[in-house]
Design a protein around this ligand. Structure first.
Ligand code: COA
Length: 162
């Protein structure tokens, strides 16, 4: 039987415990999970692609079936090129649903075989996103319960830079 491979795409600027929670859940369902950093987003990231990939790599060190990569262009094209059958997305709250549904339907229109799987992170992460983490660090807030120590360290270094 072919391996069941899932892509978990996003901007991961930076990766948080909310993302890691989704990655762990996905790794229980699929033989392989590829965390894929999207290159050409409308967003201007704080961290370079290489920095985001490095932070994810450290965060998934103990998950042998999870790897990290980056991609540009259409997600479905990338997913197909990786031999993936599914795309993972996290649903934190009802407010995520409309955007996620639209994306899932567009992706299905582009490739009817690509299945989007929605997973819910632990409710303690349901209000979390990367912008909030960056905002907290900017104003000296404590983010230790939202991101791993190495990500916090990177955030502090970035924010301290003139
Ligand atoms: N825990 C914490 N935060 C989470 C989270 C979770 N489980 N899941 C999502 N988030 C946050 C992210 O941190 C991000 O926060 P930010 O806006 O403050 O940066 C926000 O929710 C958005 O999530 P993200 O996963 O980064 O989605 P995105 O909208 O930035 O990226 C892509 C979505 C990359 C999957 C999408 O743009 C894409 O597929 N691009 C490729 C082009 C393409 O194929 N387009 C057609 C598809 S419609």
């Amino acid at each position: 039987m072919p391996k069941k491979i899932a892509i978990y795409p996003g901007s991961f600027d930076p990766i948080t415990y909310g993302h890691i929670d989704i990655i762990k859940r996905a790794s229980m369902l699929f033989d392989e999970v590829v965390v894929a950093v999207a290159r050409n987003l409308g967003k201007t990231p704080l961290f370079s692609e290489a920095e985001r990939v490095a932070m994810i790599r450290e965060a998934i060190r103990e998950l042998p079936t999870v790897s990290v990569d980056s991609f540009q262009g259409l997600l479905v094209d990338y997913a197909r090129s990786m031999g993936a059958q599914a795309v993972i997305r996290g649903l934190r709250a009802v407010s995520d649903f409309e955007y996620e549904l639209q994306m899932a339907l567009v992706n299905r229109k582009l490739d009817e075989h690509m299945i989007t799987v929605f997973l819910m992170p632990h409710e303690k992460y349901s209000y979390l996103n990367s912008s909030i983490v960056k905002e907290l660090v900017r104003f000296n807030g404590d983010v230790s319960s939202f991101v791993p120590p190495h990500v916090e360290e990177n955030l502090l270094q970035k924010m301290r830079k003139p």
